[in-house]
Design a protein around this ligand. Sequence first.
Ligand SMILES: Nc1ncnc2c1ncn2[C@@H]1O[C@H](COP(=O)(O)OP(=O)(O)OP(=O)(O)O)[C@@H](O)[C@H]1O
Ligand SMILES: [Mg+2]
Length: 343
Amino acid sequence: MFKKQQFGIDLGSDLIKIYNVRKNTLLKEKNMIAVMDKDTYLAIGNDAYEMYEKNPKNVRVMIPMSEGMIADTGSLEIILYSLFRKASPHLSKSPELYFAVPTDMTQIEKRAYYMLTRNGAFQDCRVFLINRPIADAIALGISVKNTKGEMIVNIGAQSTEISVIADSRVILSRVLPVGGFTIDTEIVDSVRRYHQLFIGMRTAARLKLAMGNIEEEKREARKAMGISSVTGLPKEGTVVSEVVNKAVLSVIDHIGEDIRSVLERTPPQVRSEIHKNGFYLLGGTSSLPGIDRYLAETLEYPVLLSRFTDEGTIHGLQEIIASKDLTRQWAYPADGKKKKKKR
Ligand SMILES: Nc1ncnc2c1ncn2[C@@H]1O[C@H](COP(=O)(O)OP(=O)(O)OP(=O)(O)O)[C@@H](O)[C@H]1O
Ligand SMILES: [Mg+2]
């Protein structure tokens, strides 16, 4: 039987995730574009990341998102179109696109999702938006309609979204401009201070993935290429895990403080439910070893780590698209024209 083409899309600041419903496949690529001389597109996605920090002066490698929001619609449209051709070489005329979006968006921010798909191959598609905490909750098995109180913390690359769900809806949501990239920036600073070595963000991310660990005292070291801040010349240095984890911890402490402040603003009955059951942690940065135990200890709340990490939202979208009931409840058209009967 003919099945319409539907896609779930999570536009991350680090990774774009595209789920193709018909094929049951997930494409995950870097949200990056390399542009030469202002208007020639050289590479997109993972290929653009390969050029990042190695590019000549006339090539710019850009991320079209800022703190989890669309910052450059034109570049993002090109990235999306190119990745869609990979996810589904035969795009039908009017596919349905379901984007996960932050809860509290202005009309202009909402419109950016609609404008993304107004040209070329996408112009006849139907665009729906689904609030990200709802997608996350559904992936986590939370019954949004019945829960008395749940909290979800999605720690990504440029943003951390802290959401409280109760009364069948998201009652509180805060998007902070902090995440994995903030950790990488802190590592760059920390390595410069302790090792007199300027490293790039790619190297910082590699050191984080290799040695980032919040609770283990294990002492490790890795070689890293950079520029010596003493001589100004390229140099291979040795970076120790204490330097990396000092940087990691400063950012996680910051996130912990923000979670505490959202908890303080949460109505007492809902807060006591969260205290009883714990709060959920997902997003790529939740893969950091020991983060759940560390936050549980500092905040004195149980922490439930999701096995989905960076793919939680896309799993939620997958479940919503697969169920007519969930689609009717949680997906709304991006142009705001067609009213749904029930929300
Ligand atoms: N094992 C790991 N340890 C620490 N950080 C990790 C690990 N694996 C992935 N990350 C980090 O997770 C981040 C990507 O996560 P995710 O895909 O959830 O972000 P995003 O959705 O692209 O960003 P945002 O939600 O902020 O727009 C990157 O910063 C990456 O370095
Ligand atoms: Mg994300």
